[in-house]
Design a protein around this ligand. Structure first.
Ligand code: SAH
Length: 251
């Protein structure tokens, strides 16, 4: 999986993803990350990337030209393997919207979830576009965006954190990123349920014991207990998810 994040703050995205599991996956070459600075593609003499909004109102909006040329650079890199500078953009290479998905992180998008993470993990490359200030001129969004994704019903200052959330969750679904010891099997949202409670050593902590069934060695009983716990936890904490569980699966 190759992630291309178009942003005004590439170092934020690089730092956020270069440690721990995603960092190791990058070192191993299972995923790659190109955080591309939209400002490097502005034609403005003062390297400006934003301007006032037509119709008035507070705040600045990102202008279409730098975003579009940054997108052209990324699609050219995907085709040729080399990231061109602004002056090296090939006018004969017309970006094809259908060839690679371009996700705009926006509070106006479809709310991100595990199913979407799995779906996106099947792509070979993904472009993620981060807005800042008041957002981005609508015309360039119409031109390049294939998916609008929100990470929740609140407004962030920029799309960078949201892009990192999407890259992280998608990466975990790419084969080889999680080792066997941390497999995604049985995890929350698998099968529409939250995960059961988990325990590690010591067996007694602050006077509280681990549920005895977990040390019984009876795997069938452990599985049954975990499933019941998953159901109960989902019912209590996420009634919206519980409602969608097939009634034959409810005990
Ligand atoms: N004026 C816009 C919000 C701009 S917030 C509106 O009302 O829709 C600035 C940028 O932060 C956005 O362009 C977007 O990229 C990002 N952003 C803000 N909230 C987000 C969310 N919940 N999910 C994903 N991206 C978000």
């Amino acid at each position: 999986m190759n992630f291309y994040v178009m942003t005004l703050f590439p170092e934020m995205v690089e730092h956020g993803l270069s440690t721990s599991i995603t960092g190791r996956a990058m070192e191993k070459g299972i995923i790659s990350l190109d955080a591309v600075n939209i400002r490097d593609y502005t034609k403005d003499r003062h390297r400006k990337v934003d301007d006032y909004t037509y119709g008035g109102g507070a705040g600045m909006l990102m202008t279409p030209q730098p975003v579009y040329d940054c997108y052209r650079a990324v699609t050219q890199k995907i085709k040729t393997g080399k990231m061109p500078e602004l002056s090296e953009l090939d006018d004969d290479m017309i970006p094809d919207k259908k060839s690679v998905r371009c996700v705009y992180l926006t509070p106006q998008g479809e709310v991100f979830n595990q199913a979407k993470a799995k779906e996106l993990a099947a792509e070979e490359s993904l472009i993620l576009l981060c807005g800042h200030y008041e957002g981005i001129d609508e015309r360039v969004l119409e031109e390049i965006v294939t998916d609008n994704i929100s990470i929740g019903d609140y407004v962030l200052t920029g799309g960078e954190l949201a892009a990192m959330v999407v890259c992280d969750a998608v990466s975990r679904m790419v084969p080889g990123v999680l080792t066997n010891e941390m497999s995604g099997v049985g995890e929350s949202f698998e099968g529409g349920l939250l995960e059961y409670p988990q325990y590690t050593r010591p067996e007694i902590w602050m006077g509280k014991s681990v549920p005895p069934i977990l040390i019984s060695g009876d795997h069938a009983k452990v599985d049954k207990w975990r499933y019941e716990q998953s159901l109960e936890r989902t019912r209590q904490r996420r009634p919206d998810l519980y409602e969608k569980v097939d009634s034959s699966k409810k005990i």
